[in-house]
Design a protein around this ligand. Sequence first.
Ligand SMILES: Nc1ncnc2c1ncn2[C@@H]1O[C@H](COP(=O)(O)OP(=O)(O)O)[C@@H](O)[C@H]1O
Ligand SMILES: [Mg+2]
Length: 301
Amino acid sequence: MTEARALPCLEPATGRGREQEPVGAPFFLPGEPARAYGRAKPRLKLEIRDVTKTFTSAQGLIRALSNINLTVHEGEFACILGPSGCGKSTLLHLIAGLELPDHGEIRLYSSRAKKEKKAEKLIIFQEAALFPWLTVLENVLFGLRLQKLGAKESKERAMHFLALVKLEDFANCFVHELSGGMKQRAALARALVLNPELLLMDEPFAALDFQTREKLQQELEEIWRRTKKTIIFVTHNVEEAITLGDRVILLSGHPGTVKREYTLPPGRPRQKETPFFAELAAEIKRDFQNPGRELVEQVTG
Ligand SMILES: Nc1ncnc2c1ncn2[C@@H]1O[C@H](COP(=O)(O)OP(=O)(O)O)[C@@H](O)[C@H]1O
Ligand SMILES: [Mg+2]
């Protein structure tokens, strides 16, 4: 047994089976100082059980993910962290329904009536996939075409979300007139306008310079706070994960498995200069860089 450390926020490695964490189980595991963090018990939103994914390539079979067990709760900001090639994008594609698992199950617990179900899960990619022949406003309106809204209402909704991402003054610009950060904001507005149940973000800020990235992180946090969306955010950047996440889920690769989860204290914005964060970042980086290290102990403060 490894010596217990002082960090108050770490959960044991996962790979937990259904028996250990049944549907509707408390967000916090026994032994974790949940009450000290003062979070209400949220509803289960997404449940991933024993999911495995294999690809067939010219080189043979590639096991991208193995035995993934994960739950995400309503309104949670969950960060999936892991090195390149460990299966982060594959996991998001499975959640979005763009790929099917070999076996295992992925369940979304909808909070809406069936007839309301429109956009359930939307992915925002590293390269904002906007249509270059449309303006920013037209890009945001594009997804609303299938919803039976009037032109006026559609435009009002689109402009509301463009204002939320601070792009209302750029509504009539074309995509090539936008900076990288603005493109990602436009992609965010285009996703939010559809009111998805789950927002899946695949390294959306990875191609941005440091300052733009920090600014967008702050803005995303504010938008998340205001819209109360459930977000699953993929990154390979430890600081980004602990800045944004309520919880950080560390994957190790080849094949990708959940190595460890870290539940962060709820105070926001995060005080990154504090010893707590430096210590937590160092701890995660050690786990990140050491694929052979198995952590199974419960660590509490
Ligand atoms: N469509 C595919 N066909 C074959 N192999 C794939 C495919 N998609 C992903 N992979 C492989 O699965 C593994 C995980 O990939 P990916 O999910 O993209 O990782 P990450 O997003 O963490 O960088 C990699 O080895 C990758 O080469
Ligand atoms: Mg990826």
